[in-house]
Design a protein around this ligand. Sequence first.
Ligand code: PLP
Length: 428
Amino acid sequence: MAQAIVDVLVVTDLALIRDHTGGASRRFSFKGLIKGVTMSHLMNNYARLPIALSHGDGSWVTDTEGRIYLDALSGIAVSTLGHNHPVLVAAIAAQAGRILHSSNLYRMPQQEDLADKLATLSGMDEVFFCNSGCEANEAAIKLARFYGHKLGVENPSIIVMENAFHGRTMATLSATGNRKAQAGFEPLVTGFVRVPYNDMDAIRNVGEHNQSVVAVMLEVLQGEGGIRIADLDFQRELRQICDEKGWLLICDEVQCGMGRTGTWFGFQHAAIVPDVVTLAKGLGGGVPVGACIAGGKAAGLFGPGNHGSTFGGNQLATTAALTTIDVIEKDHLMANATTVGRLIREALGEALAGQSGVIDIRGQGLMIGIELDRPCGELVQRGLDAGVLINVTAERVVRLLPPLTFSAEEGRELVSRLAPLIVEFLSA
Ligand code: PLP
């Protein structure tokens, strides 16, 4: 980590810094310096915690100081198989020894195999590969607009939800239902109509008055928005209205997909099939890979030149994803997510029973939220002190996203570390 020792001089809300190594003075925001007097050349766009993880094994990670943590976050739903999984490590190493990347100018058998697999698992038709969740959602948004134009809709619109999170690129940020994330980046991309989550009447109302709607986009389980689940009836009615109106149903499964909720995809709990599904995070078990799956009326829309990505679905990424899926199947990790997720929620329920300040404990599989009655970001640092990696989202929701390999024993260990922290925090 490139770091420099600096003198910090606070000038109202700005800090003037003299860098001993280079001698140059630079201005930084006060907030960026508050945690210490070291600086790096990284852009200050993350509020990073003061640890660096050095290595991991299963659900356990060790930092550069030798401290060990139980990982109940898996890099925000990414390390599906935990850390250092021998099968994934071997597959990646073997692929790296053959070819990492060739470009989408050429066929890639691994990419074709992964597309076949995802089509089978989703009951859909075709896949575009990219590198991240926002990129998968960009593809979905472009697909919906393309579909609209083919139908003769001049300015196609997409219905999106309050509290949704779809990414940080301009289009996905505009689709995101979080004013704080959008502030300062206006003008936003137009063509999104926002409705409350789980509100069919609002969607019907938009449908009646807005002839430019061509799609609805939602997370069936909102992650960043605070682990909120779309009612199964709402999902089914949404499928129905999309069929009636000829709209595409786009499910953003970037966080809840790939087995995390106990099924391959969150929408499978409602027994529906969307027209477009986006994936990333857990798909490659830690190797960046995203996917936009299309089916039904969304299939066959793009032709050569309509969309692309240099790295998208290269041999390394698609090998990692194929291997991750294979291990999930062979080791019955979705069943594990269901069982261990239930165990964690029940154990939390017992440990926090009667505790004032706990509003709700909810989730599906290994996607769990504990909603408190007050902002609780400081629990993340307290978690580090207690040797557990957790996250807080939507200000008041403790979020747990452990690897799908998390054992029952690790689930109990997590609760025994976390519940006292929450009790102590709420009792202060
Ligand atoms: N969609 C959902 C549901 C997400 O949770 C996220 C990230 O948290 C994204 C999209 C954006 O993914 P990425 O950060 O890989 O661009």
